[in-house]
Design a binder for this molecule. Sequence first.
Ligand code: GTP
Length: 571
Amino acid sequence: MPASRSRWSPYRVPAFAAALLLLLGVGIASVWGASTLRSSNAWIGHTYEVINRIEVAERALRSTEANARAYRLTGHPEFRSQYLIAIHQVEVAHEALGAAIRDNPPQDARAKRMHASAQVHLAELRRLFDLQELQGAEAARQATDSGLTLQQWNEFEAAASEMRREELSLLAERKARSDRYATLLISIVVLGMLLSGALMVTLMASVTRENKRTRRLELEARGAAHEMALSMAQVDQLSKQRHELARYSGLLQSCQTLEEIVQLSIATIRRLLPGASGRFYLIRASQNFHDSVASFGEGLISSTDSLLPADCWALRRGQAHVVSGGEDLQLTCAHLDAGTPPHGVTALCLPLTAQGTSIGLLHVSAATHAMDHGSALDELIGQLAEQLGLAIANLQLRETLRTQSLRDPLTGLFNRRYLEESFVRELQRCDRRGLPLSVLMLDVDHFKRFNDTYGHAAGDALLGQIGRQIQAGVRAEDIACRYGGEEFTVVLPELDAPGALVRAEQIRRAVELATVQHLGQQLGPVTMSIGIATFPVDGLTPELLLQLADATLYRAKAEGRNRVLHASYED
Ligand SMILES: Nc1nc2c(ncn2[C@@H]2O[C@H](COP(=O)(O)OP(=O)(O)OP(=O)(O)O)[C@@H](O)[C@H]2O)c(=O)[nH]1
Protein backbone atom coordinates (compact mmCIF):
# COMPACT_ATOMS: atom_id res chain seq x y z
CA MET A 1 0.00 0.00 0.00
CA PRO A 2 1.64 3.34 -1.00
CA ALA A 3 2.25 5.66 1.99
CA SER A 4 0.09 8.83 1.85
CA ARG A 5 2.08 12.07 2.11
CA SER A 6 1.63 14.58 4.96
CA ARG A 7 -0.75 17.47 4.07
CA TRP A 8 2.10 19.91 4.89
CA SER A 9 4.52 18.29 2.47
CA PRO A 10 3.70 20.55 -0.55
CA TYR A 11 4.41 23.68 1.57
CA ARG A 12 7.72 22.46 2.94
CA VAL A 13 9.96 23.62 0.07
CA PRO A 14 8.35 27.09 -0.29
CA ALA A 15 8.53 27.52 3.50
CA PHE A 16 12.16 26.51 3.48
CA ALA A 17 12.86 28.95 0.63
CA ALA A 18 10.99 31.71 2.49
CA ALA A 19 13.05 31.06 5.62
CA LEU A 20 16.23 31.22 3.57
CA LEU A 21 15.11 34.45 1.86
CA LEU A 22 14.25 35.95 5.23
CA LEU A 23 17.66 35.03 6.61
CA LEU A 24 19.26 36.51 3.50
CA GLY A 25 17.17 39.68 3.92
CA VAL A 26 18.16 39.92 7.58
CA GLY A 27 21.79 39.49 6.55
CA ILE A 28 21.58 42.19 3.88
CA ALA A 29 19.69 44.50 6.26
CA SER A 30 22.29 43.87 8.94
CA VAL A 31 25.14 44.75 6.58
CA TRP A 32 23.32 47.81 5.32
CA GLY A 33 22.37 48.88 8.85
CA ALA A 34 25.88 48.32 10.15
CA SER A 35 27.45 50.32 7.36
CA THR A 36 24.83 53.08 7.75
CA LEU A 37 25.45 53.14 11.48
CA ARG A 38 29.18 53.28 10.88
CA SER A 39 28.72 56.14 8.48
CA SER A 40 26.39 57.90 10.90
CA ASN A 41 28.84 57.36 13.74
CA ALA A 42 31.60 58.71 11.53
CA TRP A 43 29.55 61.85 11.00
CA ILE A 44 28.94 62.13 14.73
CA GLY A 45 32.66 61.73 15.30
CA HIS A 46 33.25 64.34 12.65
CA THR A 47 30.89 66.74 14.43
CA TYR A 48 32.74 66.22 17.67
CA GLU A 49 35.96 66.82 15.80
CA VAL A 50 34.62 70.10 14.38
CA ILE A 51 33.46 71.20 17.85
CA ASN A 52 36.85 70.26 19.22
CA ARG A 53 38.61 72.25 16.49
CA ILE A 54 36.41 75.28 17.22
CA GLU A 55 37.45 75.02 20.85
CA VAL A 56 41.11 74.54 19.84
CA ALA A 57 40.90 77.70 17.68
CA GLU A 58 39.30 79.55 20.60
CA ARG A 59 41.90 78.28 23.02
CA ALA A 60 44.73 79.21 20.64
CA LEU A 61 43.38 82.74 20.22
CA ARG A 62 42.87 83.06 23.95
CA SER A 63 46.37 81.79 24.56
CA THR A 64 47.76 84.33 22.06
CA GLU A 65 45.81 87.08 23.77
CA ALA A 66 46.91 85.99 27.24
CA ASN A 67 50.60 85.60 26.33
CA ALA A 68 50.66 88.92 24.45
CA ARG A 69 49.11 90.71 27.44
CA ALA A 70 51.44 88.93 29.88
CA TYR A 71 54.38 89.93 27.73
CA ARG A 72 53.21 93.57 27.62
CA LEU A 73 52.75 93.63 31.36
CA THR A 74 55.87 91.73 32.41
CA GLY A 75 58.19 91.84 29.40
CA HIS A 76 59.13 88.36 30.27
CA PRO A 77 60.71 86.58 27.30
CA GLU A 78 58.88 83.37 28.13
CA PHE A 79 55.54 85.05 27.32
CA ARG A 80 57.08 86.46 24.19
CA SER A 81 58.02 83.00 22.88
CA GLN A 82 54.65 81.58 24.02
CA TYR A 83 52.93 84.39 22.16
CA LEU A 84 54.79 83.57 18.97
CA ILE A 85 53.97 79.87 19.29
CA ALA A 86 50.33 80.67 20.01
CA ILE A 87 50.11 82.86 16.89
CA HIS A 88 51.25 79.91 14.87
CA GLN A 89 48.79 77.61 16.65
CA VAL A 90 45.94 79.98 15.82
CA GLU A 91 46.76 79.61 12.15
CA VAL A 92 47.11 75.86 12.41
CA ALA A 93 43.82 75.60 14.31
CA HIS A 94 41.95 77.64 11.74
CA GLU A 95 43.42 75.63 8.90
CA ALA A 96 42.31 72.43 10.60
CA LEU A 97 38.86 73.86 11.26
CA GLY A 98 38.55 75.03 7.67
CA ALA A 99 39.49 71.59 6.40
CA ALA A 100 36.92 69.92 8.67
CA ILE A 101 33.92 72.01 7.59
CA ARG A 102 34.79 72.56 3.92
CA ASP A 103 31.85 70.35 2.85
CA ASN A 104 29.39 72.53 4.83
CA PRO A 105 29.19 75.98 3.16
CA PRO A 106 27.31 77.78 5.99
CA GLN A 107 29.83 76.53 8.52
CA ASP A 108 32.62 77.36 6.13
CA ALA A 109 31.36 80.95 5.96
CA ARG A 110 31.22 81.10 9.75
CA ALA A 111 34.70 79.66 10.01
CA LYS A 112 35.92 82.31 7.60
CA ARG A 113 34.26 84.96 9.74
CA MET A 114 35.92 83.49 12.77
CA HIS A 115 39.21 83.44 10.95
CA ALA A 116 38.77 87.08 9.75
CA SER A 117 37.96 88.26 13.29
CA ALA A 118 40.94 86.33 14.61
CA GLN A 119 43.16 87.88 11.92
CA VAL A 120 42.04 91.37 12.84
CA HIS A 121 42.56 90.55 16.49
CA LEU A 122 45.97 89.07 15.81
CA ALA A 123 46.95 92.07 13.67
CA GLU A 124 46.16 94.34 16.61
CA LEU A 125 48.22 92.10 18.92
CA ARG A 126 51.04 92.06 16.40
CA ARG A 127 50.96 95.89 16.15
CA LEU A 128 51.26 96.17 19.93
CA PHE A 129 53.99 93.48 19.96
CA ASP A 130 55.97 95.26 17.29
CA LEU A 131 55.55 98.54 19.21
CA GLN A 132 56.81 96.86 22.36
CA GLU A 133 59.76 95.48 20.52
CA LEU A 134 60.60 98.85 19.07
CA GLN A 135 59.57 101.28 21.80
CA GLY A 136 59.18 99.25 24.92
CA ALA A 137 56.34 97.81 26.93
CA GLU A 138 55.07 101.14 28.23
CA ALA A 139 54.46 102.41 24.72
CA ALA A 140 52.66 99.28 23.83
CA ARG A 141 50.45 99.41 26.95
CA GLN A 142 49.48 102.99 26.19
CA ALA A 143 48.73 102.15 22.56
CA THR A 144 46.38 99.38 23.53
CA ASP A 145 42.96 99.84 21.98
CA SER A 146 40.94 97.52 24.15
CA GLY A 147 37.71 98.53 22.41
CA LEU A 148 38.86 97.32 19.07
CA THR A 149 40.24 94.10 20.53
CA LEU A 150 37.05 93.43 22.46
CA GLN A 151 34.91 93.96 19.37
CA GLN A 152 37.00 91.57 17.30
CA TRP A 153 36.97 89.08 20.11
CA ASN A 154 33.20 89.27 20.40
CA GLU A 155 32.78 88.76 16.68
CA PHE A 156 35.12 85.82 16.89
CA GLU A 157 33.22 84.35 19.83
CA ALA A 158 29.85 84.95 18.14
CA ALA A 159 31.00 83.13 15.02
CA ALA A 160 32.47 80.31 17.12
CA SER A 161 29.23 79.99 19.12
CA GLU A 162 27.19 79.87 15.92
CA MET A 163 29.45 77.22 14.56
CA ARG A 164 29.22 75.24 17.77
CA ARG A 165 25.44 75.53 17.86
CA GLU A 166 25.26 74.44 14.29
CA GLU A 167 27.52 71.49 15.01
CA LEU A 168 25.56 70.59 18.14
CA SER A 169 22.38 70.75 16.09
CA LEU A 170 23.99 68.52 13.44
CA LEU A 171 25.17 66.23 16.21
CA ALA A 172 21.67 65.89 17.64
CA GLU A 173 20.26 65.29 14.19
CA ARG A 174 22.93 62.69 13.39
CA LYS A 175 22.50 60.98 16.73
CA ALA A 176 18.75 60.82 16.18
CA ARG A 177 19.29 59.39 12.70
CA SER A 178 21.77 56.91 14.07
CA ASP A 179 19.26 55.89 16.74
CA ARG A 180 16.57 55.46 14.09
CA TYR A 181 18.89 53.34 12.02
CA ALA A 182 19.83 51.29 15.05
CA THR A 183 16.17 50.81 16.00
CA LEU A 184 15.26 49.92 12.44
CA LEU A 185 18.16 47.52 12.20
CA ILE A 186 17.29 45.86 15.49
CA SER A 187 13.62 45.61 14.42
CA ILE A 188 14.54 44.09 11.07
CA VAL A 189 16.95 41.65 12.65
CA VAL A 190 14.60 40.66 15.48
CA LEU A 191 11.57 40.37 13.20
CA GLY A 192 13.52 38.51 10.55
CA MET A 193 15.04 36.18 13.11
CA LEU A 194 11.65 35.61 14.71
CA LEU A 195 9.97 34.92 11.38
CA SER A 196 12.73 32.70 10.05
CA GLY A 197 12.99 31.02 13.46
CA ALA A 198 9.24 30.36 13.46
CA LEU A 199 9.46 28.99 9.93
CA MET A 200 12.45 26.85 10.87
CA VAL A 201 10.68 25.55 13.97
CA THR A 202 7.58 24.76 11.90
CA LEU A 203 9.72 23.07 9.27
CA MET A 204 11.63 21.11 11.91
CA ALA A 205 8.37 20.04 13.55
CA SER A 206 6.97 19.01 10.17
CA VAL A 207 10.16 17.15 9.24
CA THR A 208 10.26 15.47 12.68
CA ARG A 209 6.61 14.45 12.28
CA GLU A 210 7.36 13.20 8.80
CA ASN A 211 10.39 11.27 10.07
CA LYS A 212 8.32 9.70 12.84
CA ARG A 213 5.63 8.84 10.35
CA THR A 214 8.21 7.40 7.95
CA ARG A 215 9.74 5.33 10.77
CA ARG A 216 6.28 4.10 11.79
CA LEU A 217 5.48 3.25 8.17
CA GLU A 218 8.85 1.52 7.85
CA LEU A 219 8.11 -0.53 10.96
CA GLU A 220 4.64 -1.34 9.63
CA ALA A 221 6.13 -2.30 6.27
CA ARG A 222 8.73 -4.49 7.99
CA GLY A 223 5.99 -6.09 10.11
CA ALA A 224 3.87 -6.66 7.02
CA ALA A 225 6.85 -8.16 5.18
CA HIS A 226 7.55 -10.41 8.16
CA GLU A 227 3.91 -11.49 8.33
CA MET A 228 3.92 -12.03 4.58
CA ALA A 229 7.05 -14.21 4.87
CA LEU A 230 5.41 -16.14 7.71
CA SER A 231 2.18 -16.62 5.82
CA MET A 232 4.14 -17.58 2.69
CA ALA A 233 6.00 -20.16 4.79
CA GLN A 234 2.66 -21.35 6.18
CA VAL A 235 1.18 -21.52 2.69
CA ASP A 236 4.27 -23.37 1.52
CA GLN A 237 4.03 -25.80 4.43
CA LEU A 238 0.30 -26.25 3.90
CA SER A 239 0.92 -26.89 0.22
CA LYS A 240 3.52 -29.54 1.10
CA GLN A 241 1.10 -31.08 3.59
CA ARG A 242 -1.71 -31.12 1.02
CA HIS A 243 0.70 -32.67 -1.47
CA GLU A 244 1.55 -35.27 1.17
CA LEU A 245 -2.12 -36.01 1.70
CA ALA A 246 -2.71 -36.25 -2.06
CA ARG A 247 0.19 -38.69 -2.31
CA TYR A 248 -1.31 -40.63 0.59
CA SER A 249 -4.67 -40.84 -1.21
CA GLY A 250 -3.00 -42.14 -4.36
CA LEU A 251 -0.95 -44.74 -2.54
CA LEU A 252 -3.92 -45.79 -0.42
CA GLN A 253 -5.73 -46.94 -3.56
CA SER A 254 -2.94 -49.39 -4.24
CA CYS A 255 -2.71 -50.91 -0.75
CA GLN A 256 -3.57 -54.61 -0.75
CA THR A 257 -3.50 -55.37 2.94
CA LEU A 258 -4.47 -53.74 6.20
CA GLU A 259 -0.82 -53.76 7.21
CA GLU A 260 0.13 -51.77 4.11
CA ILE A 261 -2.64 -49.26 4.83
CA VAL A 262 -1.56 -48.86 8.43
CA GLN A 263 2.15 -48.50 7.58
CA LEU A 264 1.37 -45.94 4.87
CA SER A 265 -0.84 -44.03 7.31
CA ILE A 266 1.87 -44.04 9.98
CA ALA A 267 4.49 -42.78 7.52
CA THR A 268 2.14 -40.02 6.34
CA ILE A 269 1.17 -38.92 9.84
CA ARG A 270 4.85 -38.78 10.78
CA ARG A 271 5.62 -36.59 7.77
CA LEU A 272 2.67 -34.29 8.55
CA LEU A 273 3.34 -34.24 12.27
CA PRO A 274 6.98 -35.02 13.09
CA GLY A 275 7.31 -36.34 16.65
CA ALA A 276 3.70 -37.54 16.84
CA SER A 277 2.70 -40.84 18.37
CA GLY A 278 -0.53 -42.77 18.23
CA ARG A 279 -2.48 -45.96 17.78
CA PHE A 280 -4.88 -47.52 15.26
CA TYR A 281 -7.89 -49.47 16.47
CA LEU A 282 -10.30 -51.61 14.46
CA ILE A 283 -13.71 -52.68 15.64
CA ARG A 284 -14.02 -56.33 16.53
CA ALA A 285 -16.69 -58.51 14.88
CA SER A 286 -18.69 -58.37 18.10
CA GLN A 287 -19.08 -54.61 17.40
CA ASN A 288 -18.19 -53.92 20.96
CA PHE A 289 -14.44 -53.90 21.50
CA HIS A 290 -11.94 -51.89 19.50
CA ASP A 291 -8.63 -53.69 19.28
CA SER A 292 -5.28 -52.02 18.61
CA VAL A 293 -3.84 -53.06 15.24
CA ALA A 294 -0.75 -50.84 15.26
CA SER A 295 0.97 -48.09 17.20
CA PHE A 296 3.69 -45.59 16.33
CA GLY A 297 5.92 -42.95 17.89
CA GLU A 298 7.58 -42.61 21.24
CA GLY A 299 4.28 -42.69 23.11
CA LEU A 300 3.80 -39.16 24.42
CA ILE A 301 0.60 -40.54 25.86
CA SER A 302 -0.15 -44.20 26.19
CA SER A 303 -3.49 -45.59 25.10
CA THR A 304 -4.89 -49.01 26.04
CA ASP A 305 -4.61 -52.02 23.68
CA SER A 306 -8.35 -52.39 23.46
CA LEU A 307 -11.21 -50.15 24.35
CA LEU A 308 -14.97 -49.95 24.53
CA PRO A 309 -16.82 -47.19 22.64
CA ALA A 310 -17.72 -45.74 26.03
CA ASP A 311 -14.00 -45.22 26.75
CA CYS A 312 -13.58 -42.67 23.94
CA TRP A 313 -15.37 -39.35 23.56
CA ALA A 314 -14.79 -39.45 19.80
CA LEU A 315 -16.49 -42.86 19.47
CA ARG A 316 -19.34 -41.77 21.74
CA ARG A 317 -20.01 -38.59 19.77
CA GLY A 318 -19.02 -39.88 16.33
CA GLN A 319 -16.70 -36.93 15.74
CA ALA A 320 -13.12 -35.82 16.39
CA HIS A 321 -12.26 -35.13 20.00
CA VAL A 322 -9.28 -33.00 21.05
CA VAL A 323 -7.87 -32.35 24.50
CA SER A 324 -4.78 -30.21 25.06
CA GLY A 325 -2.63 -30.44 28.18
CA GLY A 326 -3.59 -27.75 30.66
CA GLU A 327 -7.22 -27.73 29.48
CA ASP A 328 -10.16 -29.50 31.10
CA LEU A 329 -8.77 -33.00 31.67
CA GLN A 330 -12.28 -34.13 32.66
CA LEU A 331 -12.83 -34.57 28.93
CA THR A 332 -9.81 -36.84 28.49
CA CYS A 333 -10.79 -40.23 27.06
CA ALA A 334 -10.69 -43.17 29.49
CA HIS A 335 -8.45 -45.19 27.15
CA LEU A 336 -5.63 -42.66 27.76
CA ASP A 337 -3.37 -42.60 30.82
CA ALA A 338 -4.92 -40.82 33.78
CA GLY A 339 -3.83 -37.19 34.07
CA THR A 340 -2.82 -36.97 30.44
CA PRO A 341 -2.20 -35.19 28.17
CA PRO A 342 0.58 -33.26 29.94
CA HIS A 343 1.05 -29.54 29.38
CA GLY A 344 2.20 -28.81 25.83
CA VAL A 345 0.76 -32.03 24.39
CA THR A 346 -2.50 -32.42 22.52
CA ALA A 347 -4.42 -35.69 22.20
CA LEU A 348 -6.65 -36.19 19.18
CA CYS A 349 -9.11 -39.07 18.69
CA LEU A 350 -10.70 -39.53 15.26
CA PRO A 351 -13.41 -42.10 14.60
CA LEU A 352 -12.76 -44.15 11.46
CA THR A 353 -16.02 -44.44 9.57
CA ALA A 354 -17.24 -45.51 6.18
CA GLN A 355 -20.72 -44.68 4.88
CA GLY A 356 -21.70 -43.69 8.40
CA THR A 357 -20.60 -46.98 9.93
CA SER A 358 -17.92 -46.94 12.61
CA ILE A 359 -15.04 -49.23 11.75
CA GLY A 360 -12.34 -48.10 14.16
CA LEU A 361 -10.44 -45.26 15.78
CA LEU A 362 -7.25 -43.31 15.15
CA HIS A 363 -5.56 -41.76 18.18
CA VAL A 364 -2.76 -39.21 17.63
CA SER A 365 -0.87 -37.17 20.20
CA ALA A 366 1.62 -34.43 19.38
CA ALA A 367 3.08 -31.18 20.66
CA THR A 368 0.27 -28.63 21.02
CA HIS A 369 2.11 -25.98 18.98
CA ALA A 370 2.26 -28.45 16.08
CA MET A 371 -1.41 -29.45 16.26
CA ASP A 372 -3.57 -26.46 17.20
CA HIS A 373 -7.21 -27.38 17.29
CA GLY A 374 -8.99 -25.99 14.25
CA SER A 375 -5.72 -25.50 12.37
CA ALA A 376 -5.15 -26.55 8.78
CA LEU A 377 -3.06 -29.50 9.99
CA ASP A 378 -5.84 -30.61 12.30
CA GLU A 379 -8.12 -30.55 9.27
CA LEU A 380 -5.59 -32.53 7.20
CA ILE A 381 -5.34 -35.24 9.87
CA GLY A 382 -9.14 -35.34 9.87
CA GLN A 383 -9.13 -35.83 6.09
CA LEU A 384 -6.49 -38.52 6.46
CA ALA A 385 -8.75 -40.32 8.98
CA GLU A 386 -11.68 -40.07 6.54
CA GLN A 387 -9.65 -41.58 3.74
CA LEU A 388 -8.20 -44.17 6.09
CA GLY A 389 -11.70 -45.23 7.18
CA LEU A 390 -12.85 -45.54 3.56
CA ALA A 391 -9.70 -47.43 2.56
CA ILE A 392 -10.11 -49.94 5.42
CA ALA A 393 -13.80 -50.33 4.60
CA ASN A 394 -12.93 -50.87 0.92
CA LEU A 395 -10.34 -53.43 1.86
CA GLN A 396 -12.81 -55.21 4.12
CA LEU A 397 -15.40 -55.11 1.34
CA ARG A 398 -12.90 -56.47 -1.16
CA GLU A 399 -12.00 -59.14 1.36
CA THR A 400 -15.69 -59.98 1.85
CA LEU A 401 -16.27 -60.18 -1.90
CA ARG A 402 -13.17 -62.26 -2.35
CA THR A 403 -14.21 -64.47 0.53
CA GLN A 404 -17.68 -64.84 -0.97
CA SER A 405 -16.18 -65.88 -4.28
CA LEU A 406 -14.21 -68.42 -2.36
CA ARG A 407 -17.13 -69.89 -0.48
CA ASP A 408 -19.10 -72.93 -1.27
CA PRO A 409 -22.72 -71.87 -1.74
CA LEU A 410 -24.21 -75.10 -0.39
CA THR A 411 -22.44 -75.18 2.95
CA GLY A 412 -21.33 -71.55 3.35
CA LEU A 413 -17.81 -72.82 4.03
CA PHE A 414 -14.72 -71.76 2.09
CA ASN A 415 -14.04 -73.66 -1.12
CA ARG A 416 -10.93 -75.63 -1.97
CA ARG A 417 -9.29 -72.72 -3.81
CA TYR A 418 -9.45 -70.54 -0.73
CA LEU A 419 -8.05 -73.38 1.33
CA GLU A 420 -5.05 -73.70 -0.95
CA GLU A 421 -4.36 -69.93 -0.72
CA SER A 422 -4.89 -69.42 2.96
CA PHE A 423 -3.43 -72.69 4.20
CA VAL A 424 0.03 -71.68 2.91
CA ARG A 425 -0.27 -68.22 4.52
CA GLU A 426 -1.44 -69.52 7.88
CA LEU A 427 1.23 -72.18 7.92
CA GLN A 428 3.95 -69.59 7.24
CA ARG A 429 2.57 -67.29 9.96
CA CYS A 430 2.59 -70.09 12.54
CA ASP A 431 6.02 -71.16 11.39
CA ARG A 432 7.31 -67.59 11.90
CA ARG A 433 5.85 -67.43 15.39
CA GLY A 434 6.90 -70.96 16.33
CA LEU A 435 3.30 -71.99 16.84
CA PRO A 436 1.63 -75.29 15.88
CA LEU A 437 -1.17 -75.71 13.29
CA SER A 438 -3.58 -78.61 12.92
CA VAL A 439 -5.60 -79.70 9.90
CA LEU A 440 -8.77 -81.81 10.05
CA MET A 441 -10.15 -83.91 7.18
CA LEU A 442 -13.82 -84.73 7.80
CA ASP A 443 -16.04 -87.12 5.81
CA VAL A 444 -19.73 -88.04 6.28
CA ASP A 445 -20.13 -91.74 6.90
CA HIS A 446 -22.22 -93.72 4.37
CA PHE A 447 -23.39 -90.60 2.65
CA LYS A 448 -24.13 -92.53 -0.53
CA ARG A 449 -26.62 -94.55 1.43
CA PHE A 450 -28.19 -91.40 2.84
CA ASN A 451 -28.48 -90.00 -0.65
CA ASP A 452 -29.95 -93.18 -1.93
CA THR A 453 -32.44 -93.39 0.95
CA TYR A 454 -33.65 -89.77 1.17
CA GLY A 455 -32.70 -88.38 -2.19
CA HIS A 456 -30.03 -86.03 -3.42
CA ALA A 457 -31.86 -82.91 -2.17
CA ALA A 458 -31.94 -84.34 1.33
CA GLY A 459 -28.25 -85.04 0.95
CA ASP A 460 -27.71 -81.36 0.07
CA ALA A 461 -29.65 -80.26 3.10
CA LEU A 462 -27.55 -82.52 5.27
CA LEU A 463 -24.35 -81.11 3.81
CA GLY A 464 -25.63 -77.56 4.49
CA GLN A 465 -26.37 -78.38 8.11
CA ILE A 466 -23.01 -80.09 8.62
CA GLY A 467 -21.33 -77.03 7.13
CA ARG A 468 -23.02 -74.79 9.72
CA GLN A 469 -22.11 -77.16 12.51
CA ILE A 470 -18.46 -77.20 11.48
CA GLN A 471 -18.42 -73.40 11.21
CA ALA A 472 -19.99 -73.10 14.66
CA GLY A 473 -17.39 -75.43 16.09
CA VAL A 474 -14.35 -73.40 15.03
CA ARG A 475 -12.99 -69.86 15.70
CA ALA A 476 -13.30 -66.99 13.20
CA GLU A 477 -9.58 -67.25 12.49
CA ASP A 478 -9.90 -70.93 11.58
CA ILE A 479 -10.41 -71.93 7.95
CA ALA A 480 -13.32 -74.31 7.48
CA CYS A 481 -13.93 -75.41 3.88
CA ARG A 482 -15.68 -77.95 1.77
CA TYR A 483 -12.91 -79.99 0.26
CA GLY A 484 -15.17 -81.77 -2.25
CA GLY A 485 -18.35 -83.93 -2.23
CA GLU A 486 -19.15 -84.85 1.36
CA GLU A 487 -15.57 -84.24 2.47
CA PHE A 488 -14.54 -81.15 4.58
CA THR A 489 -11.25 -79.65 5.73
CA VAL A 490 -10.62 -77.39 8.70
CA VAL A 491 -7.29 -75.59 9.25
CA LEU A 492 -6.77 -74.69 12.90
CA PRO A 493 -3.89 -72.18 13.27
CA GLU A 494 -2.04 -72.15 16.60
CA LEU A 495 -3.75 -75.37 17.74
CA ASP A 496 -1.63 -78.37 18.74
CA ALA A 497 -2.60 -82.06 18.44
CA PRO A 498 -4.45 -82.42 21.77
CA GLY A 499 -6.37 -79.23 21.15
CA ALA A 500 -7.26 -80.35 17.62
CA LEU A 501 -8.48 -83.70 18.94
CA VAL A 502 -10.80 -81.95 21.41
CA ARG A 503 -12.14 -79.61 18.73
CA ALA A 504 -12.67 -82.47 16.22
CA GLU A 505 -14.41 -84.56 18.81
CA GLN A 506 -16.78 -81.66 19.56
CA ILE A 507 -17.68 -81.44 15.85
CA ARG A 508 -18.11 -85.18 15.48
CA ARG A 509 -20.35 -85.21 18.57
CA ALA A 510 -22.42 -82.25 17.34
CA VAL A 511 -23.05 -83.96 13.97
CA GLU A 512 -23.85 -87.24 15.58
CA LEU A 513 -26.47 -85.69 17.86
CA ALA A 514 -28.15 -83.62 15.19
CA THR A 515 -30.99 -84.56 12.85
CA VAL A 516 -31.89 -82.90 9.56
CA GLN A 517 -35.24 -81.28 8.84
CA HIS A 518 -36.09 -81.75 5.17
CA LEU A 519 -39.53 -81.34 3.59
CA GLY A 520 -41.20 -81.72 6.98
CA GLN A 521 -39.26 -84.91 7.63
CA GLN A 522 -36.74 -85.46 10.36
CA LEU A 523 -33.82 -87.32 8.77
CA GLY A 524 -30.69 -88.85 10.20
CA PRO A 525 -28.81 -88.85 12.36
CA VAL A 526 -25.50 -89.24 10.50
CA THR A 527 -21.97 -89.64 11.72
CA MET A 528 -18.58 -88.33 10.61
CA SER A 529 -15.06 -89.67 10.57
CA ILE A 530 -12.22 -87.19 11.14
CA GLY A 531 -8.49 -87.50 10.48
CA ILE A 532 -6.01 -84.97 11.96
CA ALA A 533 -2.41 -84.02 11.19
CA THR A 534 -0.44 -81.32 13.08
CA PHE A 535 2.37 -79.01 12.04
CA PRO A 536 5.25 -79.35 12.59
CA VAL A 537 5.26 -82.81 14.17
CA ASP A 538 3.47 -84.59 11.29
CA GLY A 539 4.61 -82.53 8.31
CA LEU A 540 5.99 -79.16 7.24
CA THR A 541 4.02 -78.48 4.03
CA PRO A 542 0.30 -78.07 3.37
CA GLU A 543 0.34 -80.93 0.85
CA LEU A 544 1.97 -83.34 3.27
CA LEU A 545 -0.31 -82.34 6.13
CA LEU A 546 -3.44 -82.75 3.91
CA GLN A 547 -2.26 -86.13 2.65
CA LEU A 548 -1.53 -87.28 6.19
CA ALA A 549 -4.89 -86.01 7.52
CA ASP A 550 -6.66 -87.72 4.57
CA ALA A 551 -4.82 -90.95 5.21
CA THR A 552 -5.74 -90.75 8.90
CA LEU A 553 -9.40 -90.12 7.88
CA TYR A 554 -9.38 -93.30 5.85
CA ARG A 555 -7.79 -95.07 8.77
CA ALA A 556 -10.74 -93.85 10.89
CA LYS A 557 -13.18 -95.15 8.22
CA ALA A 558 -11.35 -98.43 8.16
CA GLU A 559 -11.47 -98.68 11.90
CA GLY A 560 -15.26 -98.42 11.95
CA ARG A 561 -16.18 -94.78 11.16
CA ASN A 562 -17.73 -92.16 13.52
CA ARG A 563 -14.43 -91.45 15.16
CA VAL A 564 -11.54 -89.02 15.34
CA LEU A 565 -7.97 -90.13 14.73
CA HIS A 566 -4.72 -88.18 14.79
CA ALA A 567 -1.84 -89.02 12.50
CA SER A 568 0.54 -88.99 15.45
CA TYR A 569 -1.55 -91.28 17.56
CA GLU A 570 -1.97 -94.99 16.72
CA ASP A 571 -5.60 -95.07 17.94
N1 GTP B 1 -26.52 -84.95 -2.30
C1 GTP B 1 -25.25 -84.79 -2.65
N2 GTP B 1 -24.52 -85.87 -2.74
C2 GTP B 1 -23.20 -85.73 -3.09
C3 GTP B 1 -22.67 -84.50 -3.33
N3 GTP B 1 -21.34 -84.67 -3.63
C4 GTP B 1 -21.11 -85.98 -3.58
N4 GTP B 1 -22.26 -86.66 -3.25
C5 GTP B 1 -22.44 -88.03 -3.07
O1 GTP B 1 -21.73 -88.54 -1.95
C6 GTP B 1 -21.50 -89.93 -2.14
C7 GTP B 1 -20.16 -90.35 -1.66
O2 GTP B 1 -20.14 -91.67 -1.51
P1 GTP B 1 -18.83 -92.50 -1.19
O3 GTP B 1 -17.66 -91.76 -1.67
O4 GTP B 1 -19.03 -93.81 -1.72
O5 GTP B 1 -18.77 -92.62 0.36
P2 GTP B 1 -19.81 -92.95 1.46
O6 GTP B 1 -21.05 -93.42 0.89
O7 GTP B 1 -20.04 -91.70 2.28
O8 GTP B 1 -19.15 -94.02 2.27
P3 GTP B 1 -17.98 -93.86 3.26
O9 GTP B 1 -17.31 -92.55 2.94
O10 GTP B 1 -17.10 -94.93 3.00
O11 GTP B 1 -18.56 -93.81 4.60
C8 GTP B 1 -21.74 -90.21 -3.62
O12 GTP B 1 -22.93 -90.93 -3.79
C9 GTP B 1 -21.90 -88.83 -4.25
O13 GTP B 1 -22.83 -88.83 -5.29
C10 GTP B 1 -23.46 -83.37 -3.23
O14 GTP B 1 -23.06 -82.24 -3.42
N5 GTP B 1 -24.73 -83.58 -2.89
